[in-house]
Design a protein around this ligand. Structure first.
Ligand code: DX5
Ligand code: ZN
Length: 238
């Protein structure tokens, strides 16, 4: 999900899980001015993952605080129950976990039917084969590069190989489908995932932190991939 006029072929979506919620509006403005492509919004229920994060009221506030697309990442059980509520609160796209859905095709239909773009996420231990039947019907596969539940974790080093295999499948079955990554992305790991075939990058603690401005951190991520993207056909990326 790149902005239509984005000059960058690889989309970057800062995760507001790393935000200072007392200053959320201010930080959303900084993110937008820094040229991010979308906002990544992590919802955790304390059941699918061992943590509870943010939900509908914060999404409504986020919607008022940015004109960027909002990408909701549901880390919750029974994701199909919540599609309409999150759409009404401001989501433009919705990704759910294959491990959390007994009737994943129905959830995809429901997300698409509500006018959103749809993604399906895979935990590090979940094989690509678990979502192969869904790839023709979705806009994005999210390859988790950490076990979901917390910001600031270390990148799982074996994930670029999985991304490479997924890239082959997607190119064959639905080349329009984006490959998104989430977890442990910084200026070192971003080069590995882009080189493997990822086109949409979520980054939390490497973008929103007390070490440098959001603009500087996003620029550092873009600089780290500039050598790769010049060799990629931009028309294939989103
Ligand atoms: C983790 C969340 C991520 C998180 C990423 O379960 O899905 O979106 O915010 O944070 P970093 O980039 O710090 O790993
Ligand atoms: Zn996420």
């Amino acid at each position: 999900m790149s902005r239509p006029n984005s000059p960058f072929p690889i989309a970057i979506g800062p995760s507001v899980l790393s935000a200072d919620f007392l200053r959320l509006g201010e930080q959303l403005t900084e993110i937008e001015q820094a040229g991010a492509d979308y906002i990544h919004f992590d919802v955790m229920d304390g059941r699918f993952v061992p943590n509870i994060s943010i939900g509908l009221p914060v999404l409504e506030a986020t919607r008022r605080g940015t004109s960027l697309p909002i990408d909701v990442h549901l880390m919750i059980v029974e994701p199909g129950r919540w599609v309409d509520d999150f759409q009404s609160a401001g989501a433009d796209s919705m990704t759910f976990h294959i491990e959390a859905a007994s009737h994943a095709h129905r959830v995809v239909e429901s997300i698409v039917g509500s006018g959103m773009r749809t993604g399906v996420a895979l935990n590090p231990a979940t094989p690509i084969s678990a979502i192969e039947e869904l790839i023709p019907h979705i806009h994005r596969v999210l390859v988790m590069t950490v076990n979901p539940g917390f910001g600031g974790q270390s990148f799982v080093a074996s994930m670029p190989d999985k991304i490479r295999r997924l890239r082959e499948t997607i190119d064959r079955v639905n080349p329009e489908c984006a490959i998104q990554v989430d977890g442990g992305i910084n200026s070192t790991t971003i080069a590995r995932v882009v080189e493997a075939g990822a086109t949409s990058i979520v980054a939390g603690s490497s973008v929103i932190n007390g070490e440098a401005s959001i603009a500087r951190n996003i620029a550092a991520l873009r600089a780290a991939i500039s050598s790769q993207v010049s060799t990629v056909d931009a028309s294939e990326l989103k």
